[in-house]
Design a protein around this ligand. Sequence first.
Ligand code: PEP
Length: 245
Amino acid sequence: MYIFANWKMYLDFDESCILMSQLMAENFDIDAQLGIFPSTLAFSEIEKLARDTQWGIGAQNVAWVEKGAYTGAVSAHLFKEVGAQYAMVGHSERRHIFGEKNEDTQKKMQACLDVGLVPVLCIGETQEDKENDKRQYRLKRQLHEALQGLDLQEESFLVAYEPVWAIGSGTPCTDTDAEDVAGWIKSELKDTFNLANIAVLYGGSVDSKNVLSYTTQPSIDGVLVGGASAKFDTFSALIRAVAKG
Ligand code: PEP
C-alpha cells in the first residue's frame, strides 16, 4: 500500500518543515510505504527529517539530462544524489500548465530508471476526453508513449491514474470507475510490456472520508494525494483512516 503526498507549491520552506516534523512525531501504525513529494527548495531538509523512517521522499518533477547548461532545471541524477527515492513524471499540471508532452515523459522515465529513482508515471484524461469517449485512447497513448523503448523491470516504476477533472476539484472519480481503469492499466502493462507487478495508484480529490473506498479495491495499490496532504489534520486523518481499515 502506498500513500503519497504531492505538496505541489502549496507550502513554503518553514511550513514544509513544520508539517514534516508533525508527521514524524506521529505513530501511524500502518503497513504502507508513505511518501512525500516536497518542493525542490525544501527537499533536502524534508529528506533529512525522513531519513531511516518508513517515509520515502520524491521529486515532483525532473529534468532528463544529467548536468549542464539547463537554467532552472534539476535532474533525476541531482535528486538521487540528495536522497530521493521517487520522482513524479507527467503530472497533469506539468502536462497542462507547462506543456509537457508524452515524449518528454518518456525521457524523464528513462532518466529516473538510469539513476535508480522509482518514477511515478501520472496519466489521466481531461473532462473533454471523457465527454468525447476518449478516455481509453488518451490513457493508452500516455502509457505507451511514456514507456516505449525502455528496458522495464518489475517494480521499477509505479503508475498513478489521475483524471485531470478530478484533481483539486472536490469531484473524485467513483471508486468503481477508478478500479476499472486501474485494472485496465494492469492488463495493458501485462499484455504489452509483460509486466505483472506494477503498482497502480489513484489520485484526484482523495480525502480521509473517501480514501478507503479506493484502497480496498483489488487493482488499486495506493493513493496520490494533493490538497488533503498539505495540512496536518487532513493528512493524518487520511493515513489513520487507511490504518484502521
Ligand atoms: C494531485 O495533484 O496529484 C492530486 C491528486 O491533487 P488533489 O488530491 O488535490 O486532487
